[in-house]
Design a protein around this ligand. Structure first.
Ligand code: BG6
Ligand code: MG
Length: 229
């Protein structure tokens, strides 16, 4: 089925806030007396704030009350927002602006490509404002509109539905293992952004949007679909 919609993750795809999440969680873990590695951090990408906290505490062998966990999640978010609030449109990842420009102009003969944000972050609206991309999406689904974090497909299924498209008409752009799994469970084409060694479930992996033309991308998707992805 030909692709008529693009669903974009935010953190690590549009903007490099994935690094800020890692810094803030690492600071919290260090204060609790343990560390989290880059490799462990991969398992946190695309996972909601509270689910991430629970994974980190289990990793460090720390048990805390629900009240203390809420305090820590709030503290982490404050540290994270200190970093987010310094962001400007310069933080947009290489190639993203050019890709959006091409996307707005690209037609498929039977209509333009529509796009949605699909992020589990409750800070997505703020981040889009900071980088000047709040008006660039036809639909925005963020952590305030969903009940299940990735790898549950809810965020992408809602995005596709609000775009008025079938899941099979959508391609998802994701940097997270959990996000790629969510796309696949939702019945969408999954484009991984990063390394094929990490994003093993993706139908296609690209290093970034830098130097990517929409024509090349759509051709690569069609080739992968032809191979029965
Ligand atoms: C996802 C990130 O986009 O949002 C996760 O990949 C993060 O690392 C999650 O935990 C929730 O973000 P926030 O901004 O609501 O704490
Ligand atoms: Mg991400």
């Amino acid at each position: 089925m030909s692709i008529k919609g693009f669903l974009f993750d935010l953190d690590g795809v549009i903007v490099d806030t994935a690094v800020f999440h890692y810094q803030a969680w690492r600071r919290m873990a260090n204060e609790l007396g343990f560390d989290i590695s880059h490799e462990f951090n991969e398992t946190l990408k695309g996972i909601s704030r509270m689910d991430s906290l629970n994974l980190i505490l289990a990793h460090g062998g720390v048990t805390l009350s629900g009240e203390r966990k809420l305090e820590l999640a709030t503290q982490k978010n404050e540290w994270y927002l200190e970093l987010v609030n310094q962001m400007t449109p310069d933080a947009i990842l290489p190639g993203v602006t050019g890709f959006f420009h091409q996307m707005k102009q690209a037609g498929r003969g039977d209509g333009p490509i529509r796009c949605a944000l699909g992020s589990v972050s409750k800070n997505a609206g703020l981040i889009l404002e900071r980088i000047g991309m709040a008006d660039d999406f036809d639909v925005i689904i963020d952590g305030n509109k969903i009940t299940h974090s990735k790898p549950n497909p809810e965020v992408f299924l809602k995005g596709a539905a609000e775009l008025g498209l079938q899941p099979a008409q959508c391609a998802v752009f994701e940097d997270a293992v959990a996000g790629v799994e969510a796309a696949k469970r939702g019945g969408m084409f999954a484009v991984g952004i990063g390394s094929p060694d990490v994003l093993t479930q993706a139908d296609l992996v690209i290093p970034s949007f830098d130097h990517l033309t929409i024509t090349e991308l759509l051709a690569a998707i069609e080739r992968a679909q032809g191979m029965g992805y």
